[in-house]
Design a protein around this ligand. Sequence first.
Ligand SMILES: Cc1ncc(COP(=O)(O)O)c(C=O)c1O
Length: 348
Amino acid sequence: MSHAYDRPVTAAGALRLHLNENTAGCSPKVLEALRALERNDIALYPDYDAVYRETAQYLGVPQSSLLLTNGLDEGIFLTAVLGQKRRPADGDAESIVILPAFDMYAISVEAVGGRVVFVSPRADFTFPLDGTLAAITPRTRVVYITSPNNPTGVRVSNDDIRTVARALPPGALVLVDEAYHDFCGDTVVHELGSLPNVVVGRTFAKAQGLAALRAGAIVAVPETLEPFRPLIPPYSLNVAAAAALRAALADHEYHTWYVGQVRDSRERYYAFCRRHGFQYWESGANFVLARVGDHATALTDALQGKGIYIRDKSADPGCRGCIRVTTGTVEATEAAVAAMEEYLCGAP
Ligand SMILES: Cc1ncc(COP(=O)(O)O)c(C=O)c1O
């Protein structure tokens, strides 16, 4: 299977609503923290004491349950590496990816020589528990569950996550990718004590707007996290990302404001879909998937002509005729909706 990883665009002045980025920019406090870095901060290998202490506190876990990573992509890659290290003596390690899915799971598993087992989506994109349980074998090493899912925005219940975790063979893990946690509040972090084979992934790219600096985390009970530690280079999180992360996590006001913008944007986007009779999926994330039918590709192209980038998801499993649009600031969402209305008024 080939993968088209969603690449950024470089057009100047573009409104990028195709990568689920933060459309407001990071908190101004982050820039202050970066400006406050001194020459020695740059010259010396980073000291992680403060960023570990404050991030663990923010997440409500002990420091021994936290591993900071160079973006969540690195955490995903580490799970693939560990899965491959634990491959069965008599064949391939299998990792389960539930479609439609974020591309990096399959890319990472295949990069390290593992085998990906895909689970087909349900028509309504609710979590296919039966299909996932049926895909588990004694060779399963990692199950990737994304909640809310990308690209659907659909949330997975903690009950379903628990059921999958309990059905796994010894040594296998569930990675619960909570990249979009901030926009709905769902999490299994507080249940990890009773789920020793579950690892939670978080990113600070989205609500905190640190995508370019690369800051993510994986969280698990200490015994589960221990085998990950030798797999990651010692200074994977750079000093600028560490300083930015501390400032971002401390700025609750910015976080509350941005999450409010996203919630408001989602409602405005749902209303747009209803006006045009487009099916959409209620999203727990900072984007919405909608089925616009035959318009999907032409609409995406037309918006691109106006410098507004959205994602045509028509080729994803179960997503025929679908587009995914980032719902960030209300201003950005209104601009996208206005451009779509204009296209649809003139569309045949
Ligand atoms: C589900 C999911 N996980 C992980 C990531 C990557 O996060 P990061 O930018 O921290 O590597 C993304 C980015 O879009 C994502 O959608």
